[in-house]
Write a protein that binds this ligand. Sequence first.
Ligand SMILES: [Mg+2]
Length: 194
Amino acid sequence: MIALVRRERPAAEGVPIWLLDIDGVINAVTDLPDRRVWPDHEWVRTSAPSKHDLEWPILAATPVLDFLRRVHEQGRAEIWGHSTWQHHSVNVGTALGLPVWPVRECPEFGSQDTALATPLARTKQTWWKLPAALRVLDEGRPLLWTDDDVRHQLRAADTRPWGDRALVVAPPVEVGLTPRQLRRIDRWLTRWAV
Ligand SMILES: [Mg+2]
């Protein structure tokens, strides 16, 4: 994995690609929304069908949804789903009134136990989500990657060589993207504005 990550990559240009995870990023994985992060009235609850039509609870913060919508509408980034929801991602988007975003092609999905709780960064295995991120950099595009599991699956040394071409943000799983993280993303996107 290390060799894969440290390969030289071209300078990035163009509109950033945003790889967007769902659970722990849009969907706060908790029963009790954290009112210290977003006030009570900002949280919305819904549900969305996943595999086998299982209905999953969704808890999201309106400011996060608004931010995503604005970024999309203003063309500041190309947003792509990159989550274990895969083609069911659209169900979450529909439940939350989000635009339909394509799912990033990821043949590695299913190549390992995607429900695996053990951090892979401590093993020789490559996290199934990583190759898609590397392909974005190989295409020469700036990469924004929001995924709560990044902190378990990658080390700082893995992403440091990406430099300014990538912004990797790991929200707290029980909250999702925080106000501070949204401001950081906003600043980073502004740097790439044409
Ligand atoms: Mg997640």
